[in-house]
Every structure is written in C-alpha cells, then in structure tokens.
Design a binder for this molecule. Structure first.
Ligand SMILES: Cc1ncc(COP(=O)(O)O)c(C=O)c1O
Length: 387
C-alpha cells in the first residue's frame, strides 16, 4: 500500500521538506514534486539544479547525425569506442577502463558494489550524495556506509582515520575498504591536489580504495581554485566518474576504472544493476562529442562563471554565503522577505532555515544559464537593500 506523506515534499537533489525545519516559513513557497520540478512554472526562471535543460545543441546534433547508422549494442558501438579514446586522451592514460552508465546513482551503486566484498563498508561524509539522496542504493547492495562529519563538504585524512579507529572490532563490525568522496562536493567546494594526495596516501597505507563521485567533476576541474589536471584524478583515485548529465549531455556518466582487477569484471556489475543499455550508443555519441575537443570543459567553465557572478553580487549586496562559491553552486543566506520576493520570478531551493527570519537558499547555474535572468536576479537582491 502506498503511503502518502501529505505534509512533506521531496525533490531529486535535496529540497527541504516542509516538516523538517521550514514551518516558520510557511508563507514561503517551498518546492514540491512533481509540479515544480517536472513542469516548472513558465513564468519563473529556474536556478533549482544543473539538469533542468536538455543537451547542448552540439550534442543533440551529434545524436541526430548518428541516428540512422546501425551500431552494435551494449556499448560495443563505434561512438562509444571513439568516446573512450577521447576521454583517455584527455586523461593522458591509455590503460583505464571506461564504462558508460545512465545516472549518477547507478554510477555510485555499481562502482561501490564492484569495489566491496559482502562484509566490507564504505566511508563517506554525512553530506555525501550516497548518504543523503540515493534511497539507500548502497545499503541495498548489502554494504554499510560509515558516516563521518564533513569539513567544508570534504573528507580529510583525520576524519577517515577516525572512521577506521571507530570500526576496529573485527569480525563484529563491517570492515572499511573504500572511501567515497565527491568532487565538486555537495556544497560546491573543490579538493586541492594536496588534500587529495594526503587522502590517497592514507588509503594506500591503510589498504583502502578511493572512489570519487564526479557528477560535477567538470565544474571542479575548471574552478578558479582547482590545481589538478584530469590525469591527477586518475593518479590519485582508484575509480571515479565523469558526469555528463549535469554538463551538456542529455544523460549519462562515464565511470573510469584505473584499478585493473576492478575493470576486469566491471561490466558484469553494470549489467546486473540493469544499466548496460542495449542502445549504449546514446551515451557514446554524447561523450564523443563532449570530449573530442574541449566542449565538456568549456561548458563547465560557463556554469562556474555564472555562479561567480551570482555569488559576487549577493556578497556585494552585503549577504553572507554559507560556503565559498568555487563551482556552479551558490549557497546564500538571505532574509525571508527577500526570498519571497525572489520566488515571484525564480525557482530555487530553500535549503535550510536560519533563525526566525533567514534561510539558506541554493542556486545552481549551468552552461545554459540565461545572463538576462541572472542580471534580473542580482538586481532584485540589490534593490532589496543591505541587511
Ligand atoms: C554529487 C552527486 N552524485 C550523484 C548524483 C546522482 O545523480 P542521479 O540523480 O543522476 O542519480 C547527484 C545528483 O544530483 C549528485 O549531485
């Protein structure tokens, strides 16, 4: 029997529920499924997420141009082969396995299942997407997630060591074997090379594999504060994925597996999780287009630039940011009156209540963010006046 939660609303990427902290903001419009997400009101411009638009026109044109060709199924088509080659060229590594899967949750669930034996666990920040927004997909494969407190959205060697120290009683506790991190993180921050190097060193010392969720890896690698190359990500992880869905593709993610033993049987896991698409060409065509030149990175850069404009303007008007704007996510602390005013023309998530009169809002930008709408948003903030 279906259970209907009539006072609680959810979204795909983290909208707040009416029952968890927003009661005092009852008069505010909260985002509800399905209407606001599937059919955003036409008169409102959306800063809700980075998958509101379809594909970049070049990607669509490539799909149309490829449409009439006959291709072998299940990722053995010519486009997927070309896409793998282009990605390997960007990574500077010819020896990595590359597997296309349709969604971020499948990329995470498959990768984690492939890395772990039944008694093994994954360490993740409590803010990590696998912890907060994937409906227990990891737990459904029988694996425990060991949660640790994030620091600016990130894990640190100290937090990982603490997780190891807290989970020592073998065989009575699940054995930590994998570390999950996201880059960019769920608060839009970016790992530095020194931070990732330190985590990788600890993982090697303690026999842990390192997995990076790259839903927004394009945004991370084109961030103004980034000091890593795509090749560094290969060197400093065992397995990671490159998000297409949030950066110009209609859908699809590319999982890059450096660890040879993992790569060997990875496709079996993809198939068992229902993610080996007969028309795998759909992802091959898109990734080939995004990676045959620099399109993937150009698009990510555009999203970051738009976020920077929003963030500068909000900070310039005197409002605080909840996290540094390093990629395409802006977390701003605004008075409820201004939030309500902005909600007349824009949709975005009211992320968290902040005292009686303030809220943190999350604003997401993309390659397709409309500059005129962005200016209009900034103008509304400026007109409201300083706090
Ligand atoms: C960091 C991160 N990982 C994974 C996902 C999951 O992607 P999907 O919704 O395609 O399953 C998301 C989606 O928002 C995400 O933000």
């Amino acid at each position: 029997m279906a259970v209907i939660h009539d006072t609680t609303t959810y979204d795909h990427d983290g909208a707040i529920s009416n029952t968890t902290g927003m009661q005092a903001a009852d008069s505010l419009e909260t985002t509800t499924m399905p209407d606001a997400t599937i059919f955003p009101p036409k008169e409102k411009y959306s800063f809700l997420d980075d998958y509101s638009e379809g594909a970049h026109p070049q990607v669509l044109e490539a799909l149309i141009a490829s449409n009439a060709t006959q291709e072998t199924g299940y990722g053995n088509d010519r486009y997927s082969a070309a896409a793998r080659q282009h990605i390997r060229d960007h990574l500077g590594r010819g020896d990595v396995g590359i597997f296309f899967v349709p969604s971020g949750t499948s990329a995470n669930a498959i990768s984690i299942a492939a890395c772990l034996r039944p008694h093994e666990a994954v360490i993740a920040a409590s803010s990590g997407h696998i912890v907060t927004r994937e409906t227990g997909a990891v737990e459904a494969s029988g694996h425990k997630i060991i949660n640790v407190a994030p620091s600016n959205g990130k894990l640190t060697p100290a937090s990982i060591e603490k997780a190891l120290d807290d989970n020592w009683h073998y065989p009575h506790m699940a054995k930590p074997r994998l570390v999950y991190i996201s880059n960019a993180t769920e608060v839009g921050t970016v790992y530095s090379k020194a931070e990732l190097t330190a985590i990788k060193a600890l993982c090697e010392e303690r026999g842990l594999l390192l997995f990076m969720d790259g839903a927004r890896i394009g945004a991370a690698l084109t961030s103004g504060v980034n000091d890593m190359t795509p090749g560094d990500i290969v060197d400093l992880t065992d397995i990671f994925w490159i998000g297409g869905t949030k950066n110009g593709a209609l859908l699809g993610e590319a999982v890059v597996v450096k660890h040879a033993q993992l790569a060997q049987d990875f496709e079996f896991y993809v198939k068992q999780h229902g993610s080996l698409l007969a028309k795998g060409r759909m992802m091959g065509v898109q990734f080939a287009e995004l990676f045959r030149g620099d399109l993937y990175f150009e698009l990510a850069r555009r999203g970051n630039v738009a976020a920077e404009k929003l963030s500068r303007s909000i900070a310039g008007a005197g409002y605080a940011l909840r996290a540094d704007t390093e990629t395409n996510q802006v977390f701003a602390v605004l008075p409820l009156g201004l939030v309500k005013e902005l909600q007349r023309d824009f949709s975005f998530y009211v992320w968290e209540k902040c005292g009686a009169d303030w809220a943190v809002v999350r604003l997401l930008t993309t390659w397709a963010t409309d500059t005129a709408q962005l200016e209009k948003f900034n103008q509304t903030v400026l007109s409201w006046g300083a706090p």
